[in-house]
Ligand binder design. Structure first.
Ligand code: ADP
Ligand code: TRP
Length: 316
């Protein structure tokens, strides 16, 4: 029996943080290593183009994210690792799907509504974001898509789009399911809001010791309570509640000591990842080879599916 297909992507928009890791990327590694899935992981550079319109920065971020993928343990001999833009079938399928969805349907997407409510003029790429994402997923026959909670609606859009296509043209696309870890669905940032690159409240995944110290020391604490909730909620990612409870009981109200303990725990978690990343980053040629080989394998898969869709709609 063939394995289930797992696929996910991350936008190359800057250094990943522990929210990205615990919310999404860690699952990638665990699910890959479980051996239960045929895995595809890509860099969503065309999605990032909505935000990054600078060639040098785009190149650097993409290279960095590929290194990050390898450093967290995504093994290119076990998974297909590639750039979204290397597979033209993705954007071609997005056009086909564009003809199946309505403007009011896309206007209900959270990301669009957020951008609009901030009074920004939304570009068509941002408006169409869920359609390209549906193509990313559906062309690979993905069964499961591990993501953070904020991407749940996008996976529902991909399911809807698959269903719309199948209803119109006959069964062609599989309906994917989101895979969300409920206990880390939203990792809080150092200000207690959702950790996000856009809010400047992150702890970078490959942070230096000094960066960890600076971030943890700036975690916002509320002096009206003995338990520094924001410190505790981040600490929970690195130690179990059973281990943490006596520590927070003994050091009740002593925020500085608790923060120092959190720094030590984060540092012992990140240090080996950071060292691994440095070694991988030193071999740029290898990263380009990984992406080139991944692109070839991804194209082979996506092109076949696109050909099937083109037959179904009557253009070939
Ligand atoms: P950011 O908000 O920092 O720009 P992205 O939108 O690039 O993050 O998200 C990349 C992946 O990480 C997505 O699957 C997303 O759901 C997950 N993710 C991002 N921030 C968090 C968070 N604070 N908690 C849990 N998962 C997160
Ligand atoms: N939208 C996702 C994010 O912001 C990135 C992404 C693009 C993605 N295409 C995808 C994730 C397909 C999973 C599957 O994180």
């Amino acid at each position: 029996m063939s394995k289930k297909i797992l696929l996910s992507g991350v936008k190359p928009t800057g250094r990943p943080h522990i929210g990205n890791y615990f919310g999404a990327m860690r699952q990638f590694v665990e699910l890959l290593n479980s051996g239960a899935y045929e895995c595809y992981f890509f860099l969503a550079d065309y999605h990032a183009l909505n935000l990054i319109q600078n060639a040098a920065l785009m190149r650097q971020n993409s290279l960095d994210l590929a290194v990050d993928y390898l450093a967290i343990g995504l093994d290119p001999s076990k998974a297909v690792i590639y750039k979204q833009s290397d597979v033209s079938a993705n954007t071609e399928a997005a056009w086909i799907f564009d003809t199946l969805v309505t403007v009011p349907y896309l206007e209900r997407a959270h990301a669009f509504k957020d951008a609009e409510s901030k009074g920004r003029e939304v570009n068509v790429g941002t408006f169409n974001y869920p359609v390209l994402m549906a193509a990313d997923i559906l062309l690979y026959d993905a069964d499961v898509v591990p993501v953070g909670q904020d991407q749940k609606q996008h996976i529902e859009y991909a399911r809807d789009i698959a269903q719309k296509f199948n209803n119109a043209f006959g069964r062609t696309f599989k309906l994917p399911d989101a895979l969300i870890l409920e206990n880390v669905a939203v990792v809080p940032g150092i200000d207690g809001q959702k950790m996000s690159k856009s809010y400047n409240n992150t702890i970078p995944l490959f942070a230096t010791k000094a960066e960890i110290e600076k971030a943890v020391m700036s975690i916002v604490t509320d002096s009206s309570s003995d338990l520094p909730v924001n410190v505790y909620n981040i600490h929970k990612l690195f130690k179990s509640q059973v281990e943490l409870e006596p520590i927070y009981e003994t050091h009740k109200g002593k925020y500085k000591i608790l923060k120092e303990m959190l720094i030590a725990d984060i540092e012992s978690f990140i240090a080996p990842l950071r060292e691994r990343r440095e070694k991988i980053a030193a071999d740029v040629k290898n990263i380009h080879t990984v992406l080139a080989e991944g692109a070839e394998r991804a194209r082979a898969k996506a092109d076949l599916k696109l050909a099937e869709a083109k037959r179904a709609i009557g253009v070939s």
